[in-house]
Design a protein around this ligand. Structure first.
Ligand code: PXL
Length: 266
C-alpha cells in the first residue's frame, strides 16, 4: 500500500528549498507526495540573489488543498513557508476541514538572505493560527529564539528550554535545530516529546550555511511519521538524511550550496 504525505509550502525556483525539496524528500523515503503552493520565490541573480516573492491567491491555495484532500485519504501534512497573514488564515481554515494524524510545522519566518523585520506580522499570525494546530514543530535557531523569547541559545540546555517553551504554544513534539549558529563543532538538534529531551548530534560539515537543510529535515520527519514511524526514530532518519545530503551538497552560483536528498540510502 502506498503511503501519502502532503506539503503546503512555497516554490523556490532553483530547487534548493521549499516545495521542491519536500517532494524530493518524500520520494526518497518512499512516500507519495502532493501539495499546495503558497507562494513563488525567484531569487534575483541581478540583485545579489535577493528574494522575489509572489504570494499565491488565497482562493487558489484553498482550491489546491480541496483538490488533493478530496482525491486521496491524506492524514499527514508538512507546512513550510506561508509568507503572508492572508495565506496563514486560508491554510488554518483548510486544515480544520478534516482530521489529521500529523501536522508538521516548519515555522519559516524568513529565508536566508531576507530582512528579519518583514516577518513580524507573519510571525504573529503563525503563532496564533498555525502553531496551536501543529503536532510537531521544527524551528531553527532564529525561529526558536523568536518563538520562545530566549535571546541566545548557547548550550544544549538552552535548546531544550526553547523546545519546551515552543511546545507550550501547541505542538506536542518540538525539534529545535541548532545549525551553524549554535556554538561548537557539532550540529545539534534536540527533540522535546513532552516528557524528555533527546539530543541528536553530528559533527558540523564545514562552516557555511547550506540551503534546504531545514526543509529536508522537516519533510523527512513528515514522511517517516506518515509511514507510522515513532517520532524519535523519525528524527533519527531525518538527521541522517540531512547529514548525508549536506556531505553530497550541490554547489551553485547562489550564495549557498544546497542539500542533495538523493544521496540518502536507508
Ligand atoms: O529555507 C526556507 C525556505 C522555505 N521555502 C521557500 C524558500 C525558502 C528560502 O529561500 O524560498 C519557498
Amino acid at each position: 500500500m502506498v503511503t501519502f504525505a502532503y506539503t503546503i509550502a512555497g516554490s523556490e525556483a532553483t530547487g534548493g528549498a521549499g516545495f521542491q525539496v519536500d517532494l524530493k524528500t518524500f520520494q526518497q523515503l518512499g512516500v507519495y507526495g502532493s501539495g499546495a503552493l503558497t507562494c513563488i520565490v525567484s531569487f534575483d541573480p541581478k540583485n545579489n540573489w535577493g528574494h522575489r516573492f509572489v504570494p499565491v491567491d488565497p482562493q487558489v491555495i484553498h482550491d489546491q488543498i480541496e483538490a488533493a484532500l478530496s482525491a486521496q485519504d491524506i492524514d499527514t501534512v508538512k507546512i513550510g513557508m506561508l509568507g503572508t497573514p492572508a495565506t496563514i488564515a486560508t491554510v488554518a481554515e483548510a486544515l480544520s476541514s478534516q482530521k489529521w494524524k500529523n501536522i508538521v510545522l516548519d515555522p519559516v519566518l524568513i529565508c536566508k538572505g531576507q530582512e528579519p523585520g518583514a516577518a513580524l506580522d507573519t510571525d504573529t499570525a503563525l503563532r496564533e493560527k498555525i502553531l496551536p494546530l501543529a503536532t510537531v514543530a521544527t524551528p531553527n535557531y532564529f525561529e526558536a529564539c523568536t518563538l520562545s523569547g530566549i535571546e541566545k541559545l548557547e548550550s544544549v540546555e538552552d535548546l531544550a528550554e526553547a523546545a519546551r517553551r515552543v511546545s507550550e504554544l501547541g505542538p506536542r513534539y518540538v525539534i529545535v535545530k541548532g545549525g551553524i549558529d549554535f556554538p561548537g563543532d557539532e550540529a545539534v538538534d534536540v527533540l522535546w516529546d513532552g516528557e524528555k529531551i533527546t539530543v541528536y548530534s553530528e559533527p558540523k560539515i564545514g562552516q557555511e550555511r547550506v540551503s534546504g537543510a531545514g526543509c529536508t529535515l522537516a519533510a523527512a520527519i513528515t514522511a517517516e511519521l506518515a509511514k507510522g514511524t515513532d517520532i524519535h526514530e523519525a528524527v533519527h532518519v531525518a538527521k541522517a538524511m540531512v547529514t548525508s545530503g549536506i556531505k553530497a551538497r550541490v554547489e551553485a552560483h547562489t550564495p549557498f550550496a544546497t542539500v542533495w536528498q538523493g544521496a540518502y540510502q536507508s
